[in-house]
Design a protein around this ligand. Structure first.
Ligand code: NAP
Length: 329
């Protein structure tokens, strides 16, 4: 079965409806994996499976695996001779960890021209590439100067190193600030949305006395994206696997009933549970682009299968109510 696609405004080729997040390509640090040979082996399987399933959009960041995720991906793309024009590569910049580069430096965000340019050069080297399709600003920098970002973006675009720009974890007001100055459109905002993280959808359901409190700075994000042609990318779309077989390491009471409902619908539709979790995002009219972070071949195929499944309104709302954990007003 071929994968459904959709279009980014800048791109000359459609993006697969489901994208692969490559955060763990340098080893899943949460599980203590740091052996590069093992990362290459798991990454190779994941990449082969994703490409065979029609996935052509790959999400990175300069910081994933301390740079090793991009490195492993670059090595694999070269080894497998994947034609550059057959895939879309997105990466991010702007987060700097503590003690980097000097001991005592704090964890911080950095949208300075110098840091953006240096970060892109390093990403290109690790990815063994001369072009990034989309560059995202990873987390809003409290000290951001849109004019300085504009200079960096203009240089990157003019040199052909970056084709398009976007943001991640930004509020509508922050995007307004950037859009007012940048000579390029903001093509995407990557935010956390999944069945256990419904706050951006909850924000649009007004009900006195319930969370989220009206006035939350991210209120209206999904509507803002739709109005301005900005793609909503969903990070952690699988809710970390908690709804599809992973033993939760939290006692969140929403998990069990939601996972049970996911399983029930999976049986109804004869699909794996991951297909239901992803189909829930795909059903939203904002055209949400899920960035699935699994390297497991069966789970990648299950996510790809979601593109052939359309949940009905009643199924969507049953899942939403279970995931948000409180009844609708
Ligand atoms: N912009 C941002 O601030 C931001 C933040 C975080 C992530 N991201 C992006 O979003 C992508 C996805 O995020 P994510 O990986 O955190 O979340 P996710 O896609 O919701 O979950 C994927 C993780 O859950 C594990 N998992 C899934 N099902 C499982 C199961 N049944 N049993 C055991 N483990 C299971 C996967 O391991 P397996 O590989 O074993 O399946 C993988 O570690 C990342 O790769 C990255 O590209 C962006």
């Amino acid at each position: 079965m071929s994968m459904a696609t959709f279009d980014y405004p800048f791109a000359d080729r459609p993006a697969s409806r489901v994208a692969l997040g490559c955060m763990h390509f340098g080893g899943n640090r949460n599980l203590g994996e740091t052996d590069k040979t093992d990362s290459l082996r798991k990454g190779r399987k994941a990449l082969e499976t994703a490409l065979a399933a029609g996935i052509n959009f790959f999400d990175h960041a300069d910081i994933y695996g301390g740079g090793e995720s991009e490195e492993v991906f670059g090595e694999l793309i070269e080894e497998m001779a994947v034609p550059r024009d057959s895939i879309l590569i997105q990466t991010k910049c702007g987060i700097r960890f503590a003690d980097n580069p000097r001991p005592g430096d704090p964890h911080r965000y950095d949208f300075s021209e110098n840091h953006i340019l240096r970060s892109v050069e390093s990403s290109l080297r690790r990815l063994r590439n001369d072009r990034i399709d989309i560059l995202l600003l990873h987390r809003p920098d409290a000290l951001m100067e849109p004019e300085e970002i504009a200079v960096a973006f203009a240089k990157l675009h003019a040199s052909g190193k970056v084709r398009a720009f976007g943001v991640s974890n930004h509020t509508p007001a922050q995007m307004d600030l950037l859009r007012d100055t940048l000579p390029f459109p903001v093509v995407a905002n990557q935010v956390e949305i999944n069945l256990l993280k419904t706050s951006l959808i909850d924000a649009g359901i007004v009900s006195a006395g319930r969370e989220p409190a009206p006035g939350h700075p991210a209120d209206g994000s999904l509507e803002y994206h739709r109005l301005h042609g900005i793609v909503t990318q969903a990070w952690a779309p699988l809710a970390y696997g908690y709804l599809s077989g992973r033993k939760p390491d939290t006692d969140d009471p929403r998990i069990k009933p939601t996972a049970d409902l996911v399983q029930e619908l999976a049986e109804t539709h004869s699909v794996p549970p991951e297909s239901i979790v992803i189909a829930w995002l795909l059903r939203h009219p904002a055209g949400i682009h899920p960035i699935v972070g699994t390297r497991d071949p069966a789970r990648i195929k299950a996510c790809a299968r979601a593109t052939h499944l359309r949940l009905n309104r009643e199924e969507w709302y049953r899942l939403y109510i279970a995931g948000r954990g409180t009844p609708l007003p």
